[in-house]
Ligand binder design. Sequence first.
Ligand SMILES: NC(=O)c1ccc[n+]([C@@H]2O[C@H](COP(=O)([O-])OP(=O)(O)OC[C@H]3O[C@@H](n4cnc5c(N)ncnc54)[C@H](O)[C@@H]3O)[C@@H](O)[C@H]2O)c1
Length: 409
Amino acid sequence: MSEEKRIVSAVIAGVGGYGGMITGDVLDHLNDYRVRVAGVVDPFYVASPQKERLDALGIPHYDTLEAFYAADQAELAILCTPIQYHEAHAACAMAHGSDVLIEKPAAATPAQAKRMMETAGRCGKTVNVGFQLSYMSAILRLKEDILSGRFGAPKDCWSLVLWPRNSAYYARSWAGRFTLNGQYVLDSIAMNACAHHLHILYFLLGSRMDSAAMPEREKVLLMRVNDIETFDTAMMEIEAGGATLHYLVSHAVPDTTAPILKLHFEKADILIQGEGTEEDAVTAVLPDGSRIHYGDLTKEYFRKVPYTLDVVRGLAAPVCTIETAMAQLLSVSAATFEAPVLDLRANLGKNSAAPRVYVKNDVRVADGLSELMKRAYDEEKMPWTLTDIYGAPQEIALAGYLSPDERPL
Ligand SMILES: NC(=O)c1ccc[n+]([C@@H]2O[C@H](COP(=O)([O-])OP(=O)(O)OC[C@H]3O[C@@H](n4cnc5c(N)ncnc54)[C@H](O)[C@@H]3O)[C@@H](O)[C@H]2O)c1
């Protein structure tokens, strides 16, 4: 009989929003994950969808992480709080002896993320970043094959996500904010909902299982249709790891196109469907037409939690660290700081303006944008080569790039 894994204690911060889903999964699997929830932290605990279950289990709740650590301790802190708190919450958890599983993005800026790495080194703790795709078996098996050289060198990679988002999404206090209360947030489509679909390209092109290719330069075209400070549409072409990455994402579309990605290698095309199941989620198509199916992407959505518990036990190696997550953070924060945002809000309801902006099912839509982005993906041409209606992209050099908060005065 195999020996049972030891029970690990955990604290969860942010138990509304996405953290409510994580908490629900943890409570569903207390026995098989071998985890004990020592406490949860949320100043709005009463609004958590898990409140009744947490109360029934007698799990104590606190308003702040400091209050939790004044009363108890935990081997792992699962931090699902808004982006602007990531650095401070991770630092607090590590200073009190916890390893960390932090939600993506690692932080708001690379400078913050670098300080988190220093803190982790000083405290002897690990920070695992919650980009869930990087923890899924199908993606890890694919990465092993890429690293073995089976497919040759990467060439062009494409990633497309069209996800409508309504006014309730943007009603959250930090949604689409550049700063809030004097702190960087840098929340945007590329930092939040669709950050995964850029990170995964870097991750798959990394030279080790836990590393990511680093971006060298990028061309960026950003747009804003909603009442936000950042952007809800991004078109990015990035040089990284010897390949060119093309990233097309928008919330200003009438209908959903679930994440689709294609990675062209010398000796294979890799096709990924973010919501695909067994047969079509992660597939390598070889030159003779034969296919390798790597498996499902829907069933291991929360594998990052038991995986990180094994990291805490010393039974698994971290797979998505701050260093791994830095490529997404660097390219998106540099775009947010440096690129102008084409502001289409004035086009709302005006038939004479191009593109026309209208509202469908409470979602602001830029007319024709969805079709353009799908055509760009299918024809493998960036949108700015197909039309000049949105202007030209901004070029940004990323080697040695310093964000404003780390530039010498
Ligand atoms: N991995 C994913 O697929 C995924 C999906 C959605 C969100 N996220 C990430 O999760 C994080 C939270 O996003 P969200 O959409 O759930 O935000 P949200 O605003 O909906 O929820 C945040 C939660 O944190 C709580 N909170 C706020 N300040 C706090 C504090 N100081 N201490 C403890 N709790 C606090 C809030 O009360 C709320 O319950 C972000 O980093 C986001 O990018 C990840």
